[in-house]
Design a binder for this molecule. Structure first.
Ligand code: BGC
Length: 745
């Protein structure tokens, strides 16, 4: 048999096997049979993951001393690596090929924060399915996503990669991503394994500085940080990645209570746990273990299976075993989980699934899905009748560093997208202009988003003067967010504020389209803008999506998955905060400018706010406008008195009272008025995105189990407490008519 007939045979066998699903016990039996044949060296080899450019990669694979490779996206090279593993190593164990497939592979979808703004889990799932399909076609079988680190800090660069500040949103979108990657059959050639990260609390870094210290009360850890992980695991996630940070003094990679006790024992997770890049040996840098050997010991005790990049396991596990500190059973358990994942992926039956039948990268339906996701992720923050542009507008000034930035519109964590595949807003506008006889006057104005010098200002102003409307494409380049790219100042960078003010002076209808990896603070220039579309980094198809929205082919329907502060100094600002004993209101906000000279200090009537920036955000969580208008009516709590464990049912009617088809995201919030611990002023419990034609109505019922209203009480017991609860059915976290219900004993 030559190489290709051999491959064909393997593929045929795999296809046959795919039709006859393997019972769990068969896979378990095959894992056990293999384990019995493995030497200690081979077992430890399975626990190692190395980068694709590692100089000894081939030798290690041949020797059966490597379980996984990351960052090798070239299918020919992957073929060679798998071939070495399967044909030239003693036991022929295939490799896990990992990659950060974060928001698309070649077809790039909006950054995850933007995807969350769609409030459309079905679209997120479809995006992940397409990302998996494209990645799998190149030989990748393991994605290091979704990242579901709840965060309340827009200074943190990786907020771009999260689904925002709310744990329910992170859980729902994380689970949708897991389902999209893994499908219903992990062994199918088009699916890949998910890796839920970063366990845990990576988004809680002090001051929004990446990798920094996390101090979090135990109850908040369990009520806010961990639930999204549990939701992803319930969705079937094959693996979990530990975090770089420490949590209350213990680094995540050696965190026995979180890994062994919660993840394994409490939740029964039997999948693979992977470290982050060298996070195992960083336990020494943290000042937690005095040596890499002790770091390996702690990670093993915590049931951390696979070490990414560093080499403490291969170097020290043999010693730790011979000293009797680590048992062979512990090693076997870790190897078993890794082999099981390889079996589940179907790799033992077909290590080359990427040789099968795949659509091309960037297939038309992939691009259509990316466009739809980009459209639904955009949030209309302000509109004084400027958008959609009316048909009378023929001459358009297109200004700004992000109108034609094919690389930057893809956003952070793009390893396999190519800028030549991006369609920029300028390209799409020019295409439309050619069809409809519009005139476009384009100026980049700033070389980079952070440039301090506006170029060609006189020419810009001449074109703005002769235009009917101005579209300003401003925001942040992709490199200003992402891993380790945190900011202390989140205002529009460079000379952008000056640019907005200069252009506004011309008095033309002006819409800003802001692309960014985080909420930027732009309160100073907001009054100069007639409309603001927040587009995040919208990905490959950002241009056509934005042009459809700008010209009203579709209405914006995104809602903020994160609070937008007015000023960086207000952070943390989040919707599900506590009431405090002295909550502020408009009446009690003592404004800096109103304080008379030598004002005496008072101790009464004070409330919790800043003299200069008050107490409210610029835009609240859940907020977003539409070109149409909606009314929520007939809100009825159908279960006004119910017992813990029963289902709460709330019905409402949504009516599109405007002039165009559009979607509204209806949100259900509750508040427990009194508890054994104080409860947040609101908590998101459910949501539904509903599309309606003008004049159309739809009834909907939210139904949730009261268990979902629970929290950890002072004894750290998860409880749903009896008492009075308030409830809102609304289109934002700060609106809606208050209703109530009672949970009785
Ligand atoms: C990141 C992970 C990522 C890994 C591999 C690390 O720096 O924190 O999220 O999966 O690199 O690229």
């Amino acid at each position: 048999m030559n190489k290709y007939t051999k491959i064909l045979a393997v593929v045929l066998v795999a296809a046959l096997k795919a039709c006859t699903p393997q019972p769990q016990s068969t896979a378990d039996a095959r894992v056990e049979a293999l384990l019995k044949q493995m030497t200690l060296e081979e077992k430890i080899g399975q626990l190692m993951q190395k980068n694709g450019d590692h100089p000894q990669l081939h030798d290690l694979i041949r020797a059966g001393k490597l379980g996984s490779v990351l960052n090798e996206p070239n299918p020919e090279k992957v073929y060679e690596l798998q071939r070495l593993a399967v044909e030239e190593s003693r036991l022929g164990i295939p490799l896990l090929i990992g990659r950060d497939v974060i928001h698309g592979f070649r077809t790039i979808f909006p950054i995850p924060l933007g995807q969350a703004a769609s409030w459309n889990p079905a679209l997120v799932e479809e995006g992940a399915r397409i990302a998996a399909l494209e990645a799998a076609s190149q030989g990748i079988n393991w994605s290091f996503a979704p990242m579901i680190d709840v965060t309340r800090d827009p200074r943190w660069g990786r907020i771009a990669e999260s689904y925002g500040e709310d744990h329910l949103l992170n859980g729902i979108f994380g689970a949708a991503t897991v389902r999209g990657f893994q499908g219903s059959d992990l062994a199918a050639p088009h699916t890949i394994a998910a890796c839920v990260k970063h366990y845990a609390a990576y988004g809680w870094a002090e001051g929004g500085r990446d990798y920094n210290t996390v101090s979090i009360p135990e109850n908040e850890l369990h009520d806010i940080i961990l639930p999204p992980f549990k939701m992803c695991i319930d969705a079937g996630a094959a693996s979990v990645m530990t975090a770089f940070n420490e949590i209350n003094g213990i680094p995540a990679t050696g965190h026995i209570p979180l890994l062994r006790d919660v993840l394994r024992h409490q939740w029964g997770f039997e999948g693979v746990v992977l470290s982050d890049w060298e996070s195992l040996t960083q336990m020494v840098t943290h000042g937690f273990t005095p040596s890499n050997k002790e770091a390996a010991y702690m990670a093993m005790q915590a049931t951390m299976d696979m070490e990414m990049a560093s080499t403490a396991y291969e170097t020290y596990l043999p010693e730790l075993i011979s000293e009797g500190r680590i048992s062979i059973k512990q090693i076997d358990d870790a190897v078993r989980r890794i082999l099981r994942m390889k079996f589940d992926l179907g790799l033992f039956d077909n290590p080359y699934p990427f040789l099968g039948d795949f659509p091309p990268l960037l297939a038309p339906d992939h691009l259509a899905a990316a466009k739809q996701m980009a459209m639904e992720s955009v949030v209309l923050l302000k509109n004084e009748g400027v958008l959609p542009l009316s048909t009378g507008i023929r001459r358009i000034a297109v200004i700004g560093p992000l109108a034609d930035a094919p690389h930057d519109q893809m956003g952070t964590w793009v390893f396999d997208g190519k800028k030549e595949n991006s369609v920029t807003p300028l390209q799409s506008l020019r295409e439309l202009a050619a069809e409809q006889g519009l005139e476009i006057y384009y100026h980049r104005a700033l070389e980079l988003s952070r440039s301090r010098q506006i170029t060609n200002l006189p020419a810009i102003m001449r074109d703005v003067q002769r235009a009917d409307a101005v579209l300003l494409f401003i925001g942040e380049e992709s490199i200003l967010s992402g891993e380790s790219h945190c900011l202390a100042n989140i205002d529009l960078p460079g000379a952008q504020e000056e640019l907005v003010q200069r252009i506004a002076a011309a008095g033309k209808p002006t819409a800003a389209i802001i692309m960014a990896g985080r909420p930027v603070t732009f309160e100073k220039v907001e009054p100069y803008l007639g409309a603001v579309l927040y587009a995040w980094h919208p990905g490959t198809m950002g241009g056509p999506a934005l042009v459809d929205l700008i010209f009203g082919k579709a209405s914006p329907s995104g809602k903020l998955p994160v609070t937008f502060p007015r000023h960086v100094g207000q952070i943390p600002m989040y919707y599900n905060h506590k009431n405090t004993g002295k909550p502020a209101s408009d009446q009690t906000w003592e404004r800096l400018d109103d304080i008379p000279a030598e004002a005496p200090q008072l101790s009464i009537g004070n409330t919790s706010h800043y003299l200069d920036y008050g107490f409210e955000p610029m835009y609240p969580f859940g907020y977003g406008l539409s070109y149409s208008s909606f009314q929520i009516s007939n809100v009825t709590v159908e279960t006004p008195r119910l017992k813990a464990g029963e289902n709460l049912r709330v019905s409402f009617t949504l009516t599109n009272t405007g002039q165009m088809e559009a979607a509204e995201v209806v949100q259900l919030y509750t508040r427990q008025l009194f508890g054994s611990r104080t409860r947040p002023v609101r908590e998101l419990r459910a949501f539904e995105k509903i599309t309606l034609a003008p004049g159309q109505q739809q009834q909907h019922v939210f139904e949730i189990n009261t268990r979902e209203l629970g929290f950890h009480n002072p004894d750290m017991v998860f409880v749903t407490e009896p008492g009075t609860y308030h409830l809102w059915v609304s289109n934002c976290s700060q609106s809606g008519t208050q209703q109530s219900f009672e949970i009785i004993r």
